[in-house]
Write a protein that binds this ligand. Structure first.
Ligand code: TYM
Length: 330
């Protein structure tokens, strides 16, 4: 069985972009692949966190993994810090990543360009840790949204570098970026990615948003005055974004079909259909989320996920340390 691995960093509440760009694919692939889906809590602390809030977000993230349909009987769900090998291989990866490579990573570059002060060393080197997250498990594929593709490409470069230097250590993984929904944009500013750090809070739909609130966000989404539901991300980014959301939530309905359904109809009617699809999905997720929270499923899932992950990760880390000559061979 081929293997897949991915993770989400719960620095805040999970949002529709996380679901459409990543989480729904984890669920889709869990039957066909051996799936490793983890909660990237080491990555969270690259920016300051309120410990109490982080606690809630971590639990919610696992609960949402389950609520969105990840099944611990099929997928290995675990917390990054429950598998210590991540931090250790992360350090080894960091020692093999060139500063020039880290300087090219757009997330750090963007923060620097915005003049953000006191950025941490962890934030700068986090692509090396992400490479370790992946390479510990030799996955064939890494399903991610578009913004993470660059990090998976760096991971590939690092895997090749290690293999050339130390012998065959890692499988070189492929990023898996879906054609539709890999970059969901903010509803209030479709030139920006939908993200947790949305200051206005109008552009981002959280998976745990109150349904009325979520509907309102869709209905007041920024569009254009073309009066034509047409898929053209460059000239009609707002409408195209809503089309991507609708398509992703309705079995990847082709854009042409959506255009035909709304031909000659107003944006109001189109937005109502998008809002209906979003609210139906949120309601389904939230109902299951409430069940999960009051059951013992979270702890059971994390325990069994970490057990399997540790087995694989420890073996890989030992192999790497040996290949690097770091162990005293007895
Ligand atoms: P994170 O937590 O920022 O995002 C989690 C996943 O959601 C995707 N995503 C989006 N997809 C579509 N539209 C959006 N607006 C949107 N926003 C986020 C991301 O592309 C990602 O797939 N560094 C990672 C976490 C990580 C990881 C890993 C992922 C750590 N180690 C190893 C894969 C493999 C991150 O910060 O993702």
């Amino acid at each position: 069985m081929k293997r897949m691995l991915s993770g989400i960093k719960p620095t805040g509440q999970l949002h529709l972009g996380n679901y459409i760009g990543a989480l729904r694919h984890f669920v889709e692939y869990q039957d066909e692949y051996e799936m490793f889906a983890f909660i990237a809590n080491l990555h969270c602390i690259t920016v300051p966190q309120d410990p109490k809030e982080l606690q809630t977000n971590l639990r919610d993230c696992v609960a949402l993994y389950l609520a969105c349909g990840l099944d611990p009987a099929k997928a290995n769900i675990f917390l990054q810090t429950d598998v210590r090998a991540h931090a250790q291989l992360g350090y080894i990866m960091c020692c093999h990543t060139y500063m020039g490579e880290l300087n090219r990573m757009t997330q750090f570059k963007d923060k620097m360009a915005h003049g953000e002060k006191n950025l941490s060393g962890g934030l700068y080197t986090y692509p090396s840790l992400m490479a370790a997250d992946i390479l510990l498990y030799d996955p064939d594929y890494v399903p991610v949204g578009e913004d993470q593709k660059q990090h998976v490409e760096l991971t590939r470069d690092l895997a090749i570098r290690f293999n050339n230097r130390y012998g065959d250590l890692f499988k070189v993984p492929e990023p898996l970026v879906a054609k539709v929904g890999a970059r969901i944009m903010s509803l209030s500013d479709p030139s920006k990615k939908m993200s947790k750090s949305d200051e206005t809070n109008k552009g981002c739909i959280y998976l745990l948003d109150d349904l009325k609130k979520a509907r309102k966000k869709v209905m007041s989404a920024v569009t254009d005055n073309c009066a034509n539901v047409h898929f053209d991300p460059e000239n009609q980014p707002g409408i195209s974004n809503l089309m991507q959301i609708l398509s992703s939530l309705s079995d990847e309905r082709p854009m042409g079909e959506i255009e035909a359904e709304f031909a000659g109809k107003g944006y109001g009617e189109f937005k109502r259909s998008v809002a209906d699809a979003v609210c139906a999905k949120l309601e389904e997720i939230q109902t299951r989320y409430n069940e999960v929270l009051s059951s013992g499923e979270i702890d059971r899932a994390l325990n069994s996920g970490a057990e399997r992950a540790n087995l694989i990760a420890d073996e890989k880390l030992a192999k790497v340390q040996k290949a690097l000559g770091m162990e005293i061979i007895r």
